[in-house]
Ligand binder design. Structure first.
Ligand SMILES: [Zn+2]
Length: 644
């Protein structure tokens, strides 16, 4: 079967997705509708999905879908109601990594061009649905009703909907969500409909008592872009079709911080072309949200860590806006081509940020990004494929490969290409790229071929030289692990200043250096570079330096969590015990996966007891994907028995 897939896939000249168990080449999902009855108190969902599939082969007898810990009740043809046989097939040790196969036996042999419409009745709960974060009402600010949010990327959508969970497949998505408590407001990917459009698939005894929400999206999306929040949330307009959504207590503060959303949107459109998705809504989630942001169309999610109070954290909002073009309109075909989403997105984000904050500030972002990418490479191993832009995720949960590597190496590649092609023509290239591949899922080779032919057509006498330069580095850049083959220029006086100040602190051995007060004037990205210098040289940082610096800058319990995170890394590396309560506070308040993974790794090494105690204490606060990741990290540092 795999051989057959390969033949068909190779005939198209495109990469297959190794992280789906579905037979998506033979039969492709075109449409997914879900009907969910939410019970947030019991953390339980009664669900039905209705999907339309198109047959792409002449002898289709079964449909294989991805599922993770779903309890499947029945599968039947939507038109006749005839029940279809199904079985759940386990693939070796993959059940807890990537899930199982829901294999559906069709009622006859189907041929190319036919359509099949299926309903699947199933249930899910907080134990199995690793895409969902369920918060009790006590974990919310107002403590009135529970809260639910999702995180389907990478391949966690299969834990909430049985489907072809691959970015190669894009579907029209619609939903009906029913809730028992009218105080619970629901938002999903897509437009909220104010007139009921979809007939209910099930009968509900107490229908009058339920509140019903419907959603529809008229552009096809891959499964990983499906998202939901439910809870006591409200939305507030920030002008020109942009909105902020949050718990009522925070809405004014957050809307104020994000009041420039229309500006970011305009700047982005000036650079890359028209925005096609409709309203732009951004949800600021509770602190358990595991990522900086997530780009569901019409329902971006963002961590509250982006709210700093001075608009200095809004780069994430700009990043998520950029995904509307790169990632959501043109999509990487599989998780090995994740950089096609993220590298382009970082490039657009920094293009807009350079117009808002200047090029030197963006260079600092690139330096910080590269240093976190390098930290991940060191953790993976410099010759590990996860340290490349094209990770091999066969038999792995692709979440394991998630790091800054594809973001930063992708950004660096595009910056290098821009330097070859020159700024204005490269902007045109990006616009042509979006136009050429819109609504498709592509891989690096399709992009490469398009790039070469674009250069040939548009750069005339320079074309041959540019093509040769690209050919020299492309495959190495994409496939080789470790740092990029060419270093882009990120030199800026802001870097030198921050490094000199950090060095002066180390050399001062507890005396504050002459320019110590410069730090207070730094933007968060320059503070980050400063702290990174100390992290890189932590063996030379004496305890007296930590004490004096903390006294002067008040870094323990710092408000900006990006700066706080770097400080606590340093605290754990140099074992500055006096700030340990700050670390405890941080890991109890911030649910961002990338921060927690690094801090728990250092805790496991240097503060074994606290690592286990604090993890146990905060387990219910962290999102399930983060709990799994930390458990895996702590396995490296077995719990030490302490006899008191
Ligand atoms: Zn992104």
């Amino acid at each position: 079967m795999i051989y057959l897939f390969l033949c068909i896939a190779l005939a198209f000249g495109a990469e297959i997705d190794v992280n789906t168990f579905s037979n998506y080449i033979e039969v492709s999902q075109e449409q997914v509708h879900i009907e969910w009855l939410l019970d947030l108190d019991e953390q339980y969902i009664n669900a039905t999905s209705q999907s339309i599939f198109r047959v792409n082969t002449n002898k289709l007898k079964k449909i294989d879908l991805d599922i993770y810990q779903l309890s499947i009740i029945a599968v039947y043809l939507s038109s006749s109601g005839n029940v279809l046989q199904h079985e759940i097939i386990k693939k070796g040790d993959q059940s807890l990594l990537q899930g199982d196969v829901l294999s559906i036996q069709l009622d006859r042999v189907y041929t190319r061009g036919e359509y099949i419409k299926l309903n699947i009745k199933y249930n899910l709960d907080s134990k199995g649905a690793r895409a969902l974060g369920f918060l009790t009402k006590e974990q919310t600010y107002s403590k009135t009703v529970p809260y639910l949010f999702s995180q389907c990327e990478d391949n966690n959508c299969r834990s909430i909907i049985p489907l072809q969970d691959t970015p190669s497949i894009k579907v029209f998505f619609t939903a009906t969500v029913l809730v028992k408590d009218p105080r619970i407001n629901v938002f999903m990917t897509g437009n909220k409909l104010y007139n009921m459009k979809f007939k209910l698939l099930n009968n509900y005894e107490n229908l009058q008592a339920l509140t019903l929400y419907q959603f529809e999206l008229d552009i096809k999306i891959p499964a990983y872009l499906i998202g939901i929040i439910a809870g006591e949330v409200v939305e507030k307009s920030t002008g020109n079709g942009t909105y902020v959504i949050a718990e009522p207590h925070f809405i004014d503060e957050y809307a104020e911080e994000l009041s420039d959303l229309p500006v970011y949107m305009n700047k982005m459109q000036e650079y890359i072309g028209p925005y096609i998705w409709g309203d732009y809504k951004i949800v600021i989630l509770p602190a358990s949200f595991p990522f900086g942001g997530m780009e569901h169309p019409l329902l971006t999610f963002a961590s509250p860590t982006i709210i700093v109070g001075d608009k200095s954290g809004v780069g994430t909002a700009i990043h998520e806006i950029a995904h509307s073009w790169v990632g959501n309109t043109v999509t990487g075909r599989n998780w090995a081509n994740f950089w096609i989403n993220e590298g382009f997105c970082v490039f657009l984000e920094r293009k807009i940020l350079s117009r808002l904050n200047g090029l030197d500030s963006v260079k600092l972002d690139a330096i910080n990004g590269n240093s976190s990418a390098f930290t991940s490479m060191q953790t993976f191993g410099l010759d590990n494929s996860f340290s490349s832009m094209h990770p091999n995720t066969t038999n792995r949960n692709p979440d394991e490969a998630t790091s800054r590597v594809p973001y930063e190496k992708g950004y660096q590649l595009l910056t290098y290409l821009e330097s070859l092609i020159k700024e204005e023509p490269f902007q045109q290239f990006l616009r042509d790229y979006i136009e050429n591949f819109k609504f498709q899922s592509i891989d690096e080779d399709q992009l490469y071929q398009f790039l070469l032919s674009w250069v040939r057509k548009n750069k005339q006498e320079e074309a041959q030289r540019i093509i040769e330069e690209i050919q020299k580095v492309w495959k190495k850049w994409v496939y080789n692990p470790g740092l990029a083959p060419i270093t882009i220029d990120v030199s800026t006086p802001l870097l030198a200043d921050a490094n000199n100040l950090a060095k002066a602190w180390i050399d001062g051995k507890g005396q504050a250096p002459e320019k110590a007060n410069d730090f207070q004037q730094y933007k968060p990205n320059q503070k980050s570079v400063f702290l990174q210098y100390l992290i890189d040289n932590y063996k030379d940082v004496e305890a007296a330096v930590m004490t004096k610096m903390d006294e002067q800058y008040k870094l323990t319990f710092y408000k900006d969590q990006k700066t706080g995170y770097k400080w606590y890394r340093l605290v754990l590396l140099v074992k500055y015990d006096q700030a340990l309560e700050g670390v405890h506070d941080f890991v109890s308040k911030v649910g961002v996966s990338s921060y927690l993974k690094v801090l728990y790794d250092l805790l496991g090494q240097n503060y074994n007891k606290q690592a286990y105690d604090w993890f146990e204490e905060n387990k219910s606060f962290y999102h399930p994907v983060v709990v799994q990741a930390i458990e895996k990290i702590l396995q490296k540092y077995p719990k030490k028995l302490i006899i008191e």
